[in-house]
Structures are given as structure tokens and as C-alpha cells.
Ligand binder design. Structure first.
Ligand code: SF4
Length: 341
């Protein structure tokens, strides 16, 4: 996390807990630790994959970054392009102060059907953010929305149709157009292609990559589908029970999977190339509850390499080097000095 690149977002000890309440007086009886102490730098222009099983906290982390869910503790520092906007800890901003930053950070949701209001035409849905950010003339809004629809390979006149008139892939393109309408710098793609057929997935992924190049976008790509991350992500962060357990450049992660959880996750991807086929590692047991996570390494009850120390001491996310690049891993069995060529 100390590479000398242009950082757009810096996360420091980020925590998002949800209170559990019970009884007539709704007393707090515990917390769901959905995001539990994340430290991460996100570089301008990169595609960062966030992967892990359902319930690992990746969607909560994405929403916390956008302040759609307010974090419980920690910092999310946004660095403006060319230093023009300085550095701002968004966790300290009020809702009113956040308005200017919401423009820079947008999201594309998994389900394009439920993220578009069925009662509104596409123009009706897409004009709201434009109005909010000061495009007063309706003629101007129609022009911008027409341009956006063309940018996502749809026809301009589709803006007068309703969401039910489109296929899943077209609706996801409209979701992308809406995210682009305020000219963001970073987009969180939350399982953005998971609900689509495989052939349509490929088209939408290609569109996302083309738009990234043309508009110098940064993506946080949240997915449980590891077969797509290899092809579009520059780096991948593997999450388990609200924490990052491994973070590396994509190639290095696939070549030098150091954390036992990553090894199990990646072994489950279907591979056509027999040379790359690895033995499937089946994890024992269920994901522990984030209300009462295991002591020490949270993965220890399911880890085939667990030692005594694993149940008592939390392993730090340490920097090692693989393939000549920075690689971070949180496991007692990976030595600080590991250097895989
Ligand atoms: Fe397994 Fe121990 Fe490493 Fe955790 S710290 S992943 S339990 S070996």
C-alpha cells in the first residue's frame, strides 16, 4: 500500500458496524462487524476487485466508501484530481457537504431492474442527478442524456421509453449511463454483471473498460465471480469477515496465492486450460457469524494449516513481494521476508 502512484481514495482503519437491538427499549445487545478495520489505497485509473463469499462485507465496504452507509469509525480520504480539491476525509462531512463529493463517486447496482423507477421513462430517471447538479434547461438535459445513451451503445430516442421495454443488458447500460451523468471520477460496480447472461456480461464488461479508458475512470469492482476479475482488475483485494486478508496485483494473486482462503477461492474457478488446473480445495464449515467472529485469525476454524497461534493472535496485513511487486497478506504462516520470484 505504499506504491508511488496517484491515490484517489485512502481508507484508514475503516469500520462499519450495525447495532443489534432487542426488547421494548431497543437496547443494543451487540454489533454486526460488517467492515472491521480496512486499510487500503485506491489508485486513480485502476480497477480494484473486491472479492469474497457472500456476507464477507464487500458490498458494505463499497457503500461505506460512497457514504451511502456512514462508517462507524476510521477515515476515507478523497484526493481531488491534480490536487485541485485537496484531501478531504469524507467521514467528517455532513450530508450537505457530501453533495459535492457524491458527484465524483457513483455506483452501478447489481439489479438494473430494481434500480430504475418503473413509473419513469429513462429520461425521467436520468434527469434527476442532472437537475440536482445544476443543468436547468430541459433541452440541455435531453441532449446530455442522448449523448450518454449513445456512449453506452444505446439509441438516443430510448430515453422516452420505460424500463420494462428493455432487456437486462440494456437496463444495465442505462444504469451505467446514469452513473456517468454527473461525470464521476470513481464508480463502484456492485456485482454489476452478475445478474446478466454470460454473453451479455462480456459486452457490458467491454463497455465498462472502454468507458474507463475514454473518461479516465477508476472502478471498484465488487464481485463473487472470480472468473471475471482476472480479465478486468489491475489489483484484487480478498475479503473475509469484514477484513482484507490478501491484496495483490491480479497476475501475482493468481500466480502466488499466499493466503489459504484465497487458495480455496481461486481453486473453485472452472479452468479450461489444463496446465492451470489446480486441485479443488473444499472449505469445511460455514462462514462464522460477524456478530461474534472467531478470536485470532478469523479464518482459523476453517483453515487446513491452522496452528495454536492462529486462534489467539490476529495476523497483521503484511507486505511481501511476489513477481517483483507489492503483495499484502494476513497469515501467520507467511513470513515477512517471503519473496516469490
Ligand atoms: Fe490459516 Fe493461521 Fe494463516 Fe489464519 S493465520 S490463514 S488460520 S494459517
Amino acid at each position: 500500500m505504499t506504491e508511488s502512484r496517484d491515490v484517489i481514495l485512502q481508507l484508514r482503519d475503516l469500520k462499519t458496524y450495525f447495532a443489534l437491538r432487542q426488547g421494548v427499549f431497543q437496547r443494543v445487545t451487540g454489533f454486526v462487524k460488517a467492515v472491521d478495520g480496512i486499510n487500503l489505497d485506491i489508485y486513480r485509473g485502476e480497477v480494484l476487485g473486491l472479492v469474497g463469499e457472500s456476507g464477507c462485507g464487500k458490498t458494505t465496504l463499497g457503500k461505506s466508501i460512497l457514504q451511502l452507509i456512514r462508517p462507524t469509525a476510521g477515515e476515507i480520504t478523497y484526493h481531488g484530481a491534480d490536487g485541485t480539491d485537496g484531501a478531504v476525509d469524507m467521514c467528517c462531512l455532513s450530508d450537505a457537504e457530501m453533495v459535492a463529493y457524491r458527484k465524483k463517486l457513483q455506483i452501478v447496482f447489481q439489479d438494473p431492474h430494481s434500480s430504475l423507477n418503473p413509473a419513469f421513462t429513462i429520461f425521467g430517471s436520468l434527469q434527476d442527478p442532472l437537475k440536482k447538479y445544476g443543468v436547468k434547461s430541459k433541452k440541455e438535459r435531453r441532449k446530455i442524456i442522448g449523448d450518454l445513451l449513445e456512449a453506452v451503445n444505446l439509441q438516443r430516442d430510448y430515453m422516452d421509453r420505460y424500463p420494462h421495454e428493455f432487456s437486462g443488458g440494456q437496463r444495465q447500460r442505462i444504469g451505467i449511463a446514469r452513473a456517468l451523468s454527473v461525470e464521476p471520477e470513481l464508480i463502484v460496480c456492485d456485482e454489476a454483471v452478475s445478474a446478466l447472461d454470460v454473453s451479455i456480461q462480456a459486452q457490458v464488461l467491454q463497455l465498462l473498460m472502454d468507458l474507463k479508458k475514454k473518461r479516465n475512470l477508476t472502478y471498484i469492482f465488487i464481485t463473487h465471480d472470480l472468473s471475471v476479475t482476472e480479465y478486468i482488475c489491475d489489483r484484487i483485494a480478498v475479503m473475509y469477515l469484514g477484513r482484507i486478508v490478501e491484496l495483490a496485483h491480479t497476475e501475482d494473486l493468481y500466480e502466488h496465492r499466499l493466503h489459504p482462503y484465497t487458495q480455496a477461492l481461486l481453486s473453485s474457478i472452472p479452468v479450461a486450460d489444463l496446465d492451470r488446473k489446480t486441485k479443488r480445495i473444499v472449505l469445511e464449515g460455514d462462514v462464522p457469524s460477524p456478530i461474534n467472529p472467531p478470536s485470532g485469525c478469523p479464518f482459523h476454524p476453517r483453515c487446513r494449516f491452522a496452528k495454536d497461534i492462529c486462534s489467539t493472535e490476529v495476523p497483521a496485513l503484511r507486505k511481501v513481494v511476489t513477481g517483483g511487486k507489492e503483495h499484502h497478506v494476513s497469515c501467520h504462516l507467511v513470513d515477512d521476508t517471503v519473496t516469490a520470484a
